[in-house]
Ligand binder design. Structure first.
Ligand code: PRP
Length: 210
């Protein structure tokens, strides 16, 4: 085993929690991560791992640049950011979907006017409508995208739907499913070459415990 720990970037929040549970199921002692306080880099010495806690988009940036060997991030962020890395495992948790949604009972596809789409995921929205050959105007929103059709800024939204409660409680509904989303394990391309054995061993343990 190489001296330097393998660095794995985890998306802070839900995916972090699910990943820590998975690592504990493998048998790794994650006390340092559980008792992290405000620390952002935490060791799992027994597994020669170092956990880095970051926002989803930054997980991809750190893995792409090779300062983290691996990362756990949602397929939503991967679809939006793309980037050069290997996507090696579907971890099965963090399940939700991308959907086109808007006001209940509204016929989104009627009429010939260019539709306005609000989203936190402009690239995902653009590819979805490009594939349909439909010209739309995309407006980037930073959070609570559901507000946009309610305030009549947009005809619809492209967003993540998990339980569907946010849509339901705001009088909105799914018009069309776009793509399923779940947490993925990504690996830096160079790390995959130079630390292949360690990474494959870890992925083996992860897959055996999913
Ligand atoms: C996400 C998403 C929806 C909501 C869907 O937002 O953008 O608003 O969760 O979940 P549901 O189907 O279970 O209701 P998030 O909580 O990440 O907040 P944000 O929109 O402010 O980023």
């Amino acid at each position: 085993m190489s001296e330097k720990p393998l660095r794995i970037a985890l998306t802070k929040g839900r995916l972090e929690k699910d990943t820590v549970e998975l690592l504990e199921k493998i048998g790794f002692d994650c006390t340092a991560v559980r008792e992290k306080g405000r620390r952002l880099i935490l060791p799992i010495p027994q597994a020669n791992l170092e956990v880095v806690l970051a926002k989803a988009a930054d997980v991809i940036t750190y893995v792409e640049h090779g300062v983290c060997d691996m990362g756990v991030v949602g397929k939503d962020t991967i679809m939006e950011m793309k980037g050069k890395f290997y996507e090696l495992a579907d971890l099965g948790f963090g399940k939700c979907k991308f959907a086109l949604a808007g006001k209940k009972g509204h016929d989104f596809y009627s009429g010939y006017d260019v539709k306005v789409i609000a989203t936190k995921y402009p690239n995902v929205a653009r590819s979805f409508f490009e594939a349909k050959g439909m010209d739309v105007e995309i407006v980037k929103i930073e959070g609570s995208v559901e507000l946009a059709p309610l305030l009549e800024l947009s005809d619809a939204i492209v967003d993540i739907v998990e339980t569907g409660s946010t849509l339901r409680e705001n009088g909105l509904e799914v018009y069309e499913d776009i793509a399923p989303v779940s947490a993925r394990l990504i690996v830096n391309m160079v790390s995959m070459k130079i630390r292949k054995q360690e990474i494959e061993n870890l992925i083996g343990l992860i897959e055996a415990n999913l």
